[in-house]
Every structure is written in structure tokens, then in C-alpha cells.
Design a protein around this ligand. Sequence first.
Ligand SMILES: [Zn+2]
Length: 318
Amino acid sequence: MAAPLLLCALTHAWVASCPTGSSARLAGHCQYARGGVTGLLPPQIRAHRRAVEMTVALAEEDTGKPAEARLPYVLTGLPRSTYRGTAMGWLHKTRLWYLVAVLYVVIAAILGRTAAVPLSNVQLGFRVLAAMATAANVFISDRYHNADRRLHAGRAQAYSAAAETSALAFDYLGISSVLTTQLWLWSANMNWMLMLKQVGVLSGLSTALVAVLARFVVPKKMGHVMVKATMATQFTVFLGYLAWCVLSAAPTACRVGVLIFFIYAPGLFVYALKWPKHPVFGFHEWFHLSVLLGHTSSMVFDLRNIVVPCIHFCAGVN
Ligand SMILES: [Zn+2]
């Protein structure tokens, strides 16, 4: 019962918020809203309506509670799951993640100043970049996954193909930046052993490539494929090389840090596989959970490493 009521309420709210001068696609949605459920609807709008109905029905079936009727993603028409946007929206709205990121840098700076071998400004800079990348990750995810809620809040331009393409492009750039900044941070912690400097340059170039592809090729299929292939290389080859260096050449005390790689790994693995598909907690939710745990474990292990460095640097070096 709740689903039709929610759809009805949504439709009324939608009609009320229908803007003038909005994009053709948004105008189409508003046409759907005004037409109600019995009018003749363009196929795309019908598909969107079905996706909303399906999301609500599946979510209610799974949780046994009334669910929010959410509009699907604009570019794919895929339904929005229950927790994805809510979780990222909560982290953004409460500012919790941004606070965590700032606290991490502040604590690193305090610990770094009193450490036996103080952190240099460059070393602290790697922490700032890593923290900024994780914060950007949350900020962009909220933009991408909650565009429909912004539409309901009266921001018509938030729910459009252009806005979604832009959010997706920044999402790719954010993920690639996380991979590069984590590589830089932990390569510096490993004193840039073996070929980590060269690999760090390659990862930085990969992020630049992702930026270009995201700006000029996404949302074409080729763009998605090339971006994902680049990010897969960053993770498996570059960060994999770092993990190999730690396991094969670093002091034994450093090995525990490789856990970070294996905390990020399942999320990126299921993201690439697009499996498991589940309306409430599918691969994308596992991806976000794994990535957030990866960020957190990296911060914790890094702060520990500042206090008790697993590699003993000479003062003034690096
Ligand atoms: Zn996401």
C-alpha cells in the first residue's frame, strides 16, 4: 500500500517543483508527473516510472518497512538502492567524514612534530592530499547518488543528464586520486624503496589520464571502459607493486600495512565485477563500505607508523 501512496506523494511534489526552462529530460519527467499514471507516456518515462516502482517494492519486501520512492539514475535508468545515497548523504550532511579527514591531518601534524624523526612538510603534504581525496570521494558520491533528492529540494538542475555526467566524471577522478594519494603516502612511508618513485609518477599520470577521459570521453562506453581499465591498473599493478615491495623488501614490522590493500581490494573487485546485484545491499554498497574502511585503516595505520615508524629514517632525509 505504501508504494502507490509514496509514488502519488512524489508525483504531487514533483509537479509542484516542476521548473520552467529546465532540460528536455527533466521536462519529460515533469510531463510524466503531470500525466499521472494513466496518461500516454513516452517509453523512457515509463521505464523510469517502472524503475521507481520496482525499487520501492523490492526495498519494502526486503525491509518490511515503507520505502522512499526515489527517481532512477538519469543516464542508465537504473533504480537507486536503499542505503547507497543515504549513507553517503549522511556522511556529507553531518560533515562527519570531513571532520575525520581534518582530525587525521591535525593528529598527524601533532604526532609528527614530537616524533623521534619529525615529519617534513612534504610528508605532511602527502597526508593532506590523501585526506582531501577521501573527503572529495564522500562529497562527490553524495552529489552523484542523491541528485534526485536535490530535485525534490527544489534544485531542478541537480537531476539532469549533464549534472549526472559531471558528477560521474568527478567520481572517477576522486577514486583515481584516492589510489594515487594512498600510493604516494605509503611509498613515502616505505622511503620510496626500489622503484616506488617511478611507480608514483606513473600513478600520478594515470590520474591525469582519468581526468582527461572523464572530461572528454565519459559518458561514452569507451570512456567508462578506459577509465576503469586505468583505475584497475593503478590498483592491481601500482598499489600491488607497493604491497609486493613491503612484503618482500621492507622490514617485517611494515607488513601489517599491507592489510590496507586487502581492505580496499574486495570493494574494487566487486565494483569491477558488478556483482552481487541486490536492491538493498549490492556490489556498489560493498564498494563504498570497503573503500571507507580502507580510508579509515590507512589513517589509523599511518598515525601508528608516525609514532612507531616501521622503517627508521635518518633525520633530515626524505
Ligand atoms: Zn558510488
